[in-house]
Ligand binder design. Sequence first.
Ligand code: HEM
Length: 458
Amino acid sequence: MPVPRPRGNALTTLRAMRRDALATFTGIRREYGPIARVPVPGARLYLVSDPATIQEALTATGRLYVKGSGRSTDPDDGGFQPLQRVLGKGLLTSSGDRWRRQRRLIQPMFHRARIDGYCAVFAELAERTAAGWRDGEVRDLHTDLTELTLAIVGRTVFDVDLDTSVMRQIRTWLTANMATARRGADTPWGRLLDKLPLPSTRRFNADKRAFDAMMYQLIADRRAAGATGTDLLSLLLSARDEDTGEGMPDEQVRDEAVTLLLAGHETTANALAWAFHLLGRAPAAQLRLRAELDEVLGGRLPGADDLPRLAYTRAVFNESMRLYPPAWIVARRLLQPRDILGYRLPGGSMLLFCAWVVHRDPQWWPEPDEFRPERWLERDPQRPRYAYFPFGGGPRQCIGNGFAEAEGVLTLATLLRRWYVMPTSDRPPRPRPLITLRPAGGVPMVVSGTPPEVPSGH
Ligand code: HEM
């Protein structure tokens, strides 16, 4: 029996995906069940929405699944990864031995004790943002939070205070080029477009050159300074190959550095921006959050020791990533034929795990579209572990998972111990599913020192 697939021709689905990928995947899941073929010509794509199967695929050891799209069943073939155009072959986009070596090298940067040490930086930089807000003004919080998370990753991972011109360059590069970078992720012919001298491709290449020049300068400066620090750049520069004793080439240092810079701030900024958006529409949740902050912090800045006691703040962050998972889709390529949910899938199949779909599945989440942080205060024993996977899972799980959670909770705590936020319009920002789930048009909100009114009935 073939895997169920949407009616109509492939072009209809493709067009729907281009118009609204989130609604299309949600519809496919609802109508065709936990596994469905996504009819894209030239690719063998399946949407898999069953938590146990997602867990099996993400945590599988051995050579069953790999990252990167394509039809190859060669485990050393990294396949096509759109982000490689920006990141090169850093931790997120490399595979095989290179990935293993780099993961081992970089992992210590993310040990608990190191993260605890970063917590003071999270609070200090968030407090700087809070101090720049004025009562009653309208701010685009997506922009503010992107600047904040970029500053945080700059300081913690690179030990540099990114000045505003560098920040601006990074933001321009990311904002202008995300769609171009992603082109080719859905269809093989998207990749052909890159071979043409389109204005978007030319801009992408020019911006990339400018950006790389900046990164190589940062690397050269650190080399010249002796690279003795404990930050990531120093660590990469002082690393030696076990066999040859040689250092890492600048190009590889660049790839890892850009990966951490990008992966380390873009997702967290989106998670926080969506959290503010949701809180703006939930005055009661905002007041409860403030009550927790008043009680736990009593007016001081939060730190690592407060994390276990900021249960509601953490619940708000988790619930926001449930409704708006910044990494909204994760994919794996199957290397051998395999029975999955009762169907025999050939090697070379691509499995898509859409967090947006699974995180809103009414089977696991009562009133799935409601923002209800309380659901995180007690564990539901019926809910499978992978009904929620904002950080992926298994060996390729987000290396910055613990970092991002501490950063998210402490940033919310620092900003919201002083401020309340209110929406500027009834229309919520539209999620734009590129590589990450960004709010189209930003998240404009009024920041205020006065508590919001809770409508009666709450
Ligand atoms: C809310 C914030 C974040 C979210 C939602 C997130 C999500 C993810 C997900 C889903 C993956 C796995 C992708 C896959 O399996 O295909 C991943 C990988 C990764 N993330 Fe994050 N991430 C976040 C924050 C961070 C931070 C703060 C850093 C670094 C400072 C970071 C660095 C990375 C790296 C390097 C990888 C690749 C790991 C590997 O393949 O070994 N992320 N992230």
